[in-house]
Design a binder for this molecule. Structure first.
Ligand code: PMP
Length: 348
């Protein structure tokens, strides 16, 4: 059988996160907000009204319209995906021929690399400096010198929580000869989106998701925003019915209530600032300022703390190797969850 498999996938590992039941789960940058009863009721209605025997709308028209209103973009500039994760893969499949290069900074979101390799491209990894700052000119020079076709950048960055300022993003878009993908998965927690520039630049693609600020990771819903020329090209690769009808219907309910989203984002930001302030009091920790819904911590004892917390039923994200060895990433939880984690860490 093995001789039928792709040689280059030999050392790939399936993406598995496990299904352990932790009392407090702060490892995946999910939202801690629960939907109130009224919204739950609307969600049930949306499920009930789903036509299960029919294929979904292949272009997710209602969602594009609603999301366009939410972010202030035209629906024609939007493609909907089965999570932004799928959209990353659609991008690599659209633009990379065999052997083509893409670029990313290190550390950044690992799926950029994985989907590039799956598309038979290769990833040029540009390290951040010791303080995780980007040398913008070096980034531009590398992308151009290596003839990269795509540059991926998350803003705010996962796992650091840092942001790239608007003028630097614009400098990158204007000077890189590549497609520039700005992944704004955590943008609501920061606020300075570059979506308004999508029709100004031929090479800009922005990604957004409902998995973080909207608290809807379960339904797998992501958005791509770009100029029409790029949208038309990317649509050639998008699978026909990639967003199922349940997700389309439930997503439409969630996107209608902008005030609810803003209220939740503010609540999460408030908790982030509380958690940041408290973590900084722990002498052993170097705590990185975050503009997302998680906080990165550097500590010699990261493995030991992680093992200790797992035994107490608490799951954080622990990084084991490379530049992020000795780092923990903690998703912002409820005040109660944050206080429990803080007190366990202090006990440790
Ligand atoms: N981009 C970044 C930077 C992320 O951190 C994540 C999820 N952790 C994603 C994209 C994927 O999000 P989703 O597929 O849930 O939309």
């Amino acid at each position: 059988m093995e001789k039928l498999f792709r040689e280059d996938l030999k050392y790939f590992k399936p993406y598995k996160v496990g299904k352990e039941n932790y009392k407090i789960k702060l490892d995946a940058n999910e939202s801690f907000i629960k939907y109130p009863k009224e919204i739950e009721k609307e969600i049930l209605n949306a499920v009930q009204n789903t036509m299960f025997n029919r294929y979904p709308d292949e272009m997710s028209r209602d969602l594009r319209k609603l999301y366009g209103e939410y972010i202030g973009a035209d629906e024609d500039n939007i493609i909907v995906g089965n999570g932004s994760d799928e959209l990353i893969q659609i991008i690599t499949n659209t633009f990379l021929d065999k052997g083509d290069k893409a670029a990313m900074v290190m550390p950044d979101f690992s799926m950029y690399d994985i989907y590039t390799e799956i598309a038979r491209g290769s990833m040029v990894k540009i390290p951040l400096d010791d303080e995780f700052n980007i040398d913008i000119q070096n980034l531009i020079d590398t992308v151009n010198k290596e003839k990269c076709k795509i540059l991926f950048l998350s803003n705010p960055n996962n796992p650091i929580g840092r942001i790239i300022k608007r003028e630097d993003i614009i400098k990158i878009i204007e000077n890189c000869n590549s497609i520039v993908v700005i992944d704004e998965a955590y943008m609501e927690f920061y606020g300075d989106s570059i979506i308004d520039k999508c029709n100004c630049y031929k090479n800009l693609i922005v990604l957004r998701t409902c998995s973080k600020a909207l608290g809807a990771a379960a339904i797998r819903l992501g958005f791509l925003i770009a100029n029409i020329e790029l949208v038309e090209e990317i649509l050639k690769v998008k699978p026909p019915f990639n967003v199922n009808a349940l997700t389309q219907n439930v997503g439409s309910v969630l996107l209608k209530d902008k005030d609810f989203i803003i209220k939740n984002v503010n609540k999460i930001i408030e908790e982030r600032e509380y958690l940041y302030k408290e973590l900084r009091k722990i002498k052993e920790f170097k705590v990185y300022k975050s503009y997302a819904n998680f906080i990165l911590i550097e500590t010699k004892n990261s493995d030991k703390i992680n093992d200790f917390l797992i035994k107490k039923g608490i799951k954080l994200r622990s990084f084991k190797e490379g530049r992020l060895k000795n780092f923990l990433r903690i998703t912002v939880g409820t005040r109660e969850e944050n206080n429990i984690v803080l007190s366990k860490i202090r006990n440790f």
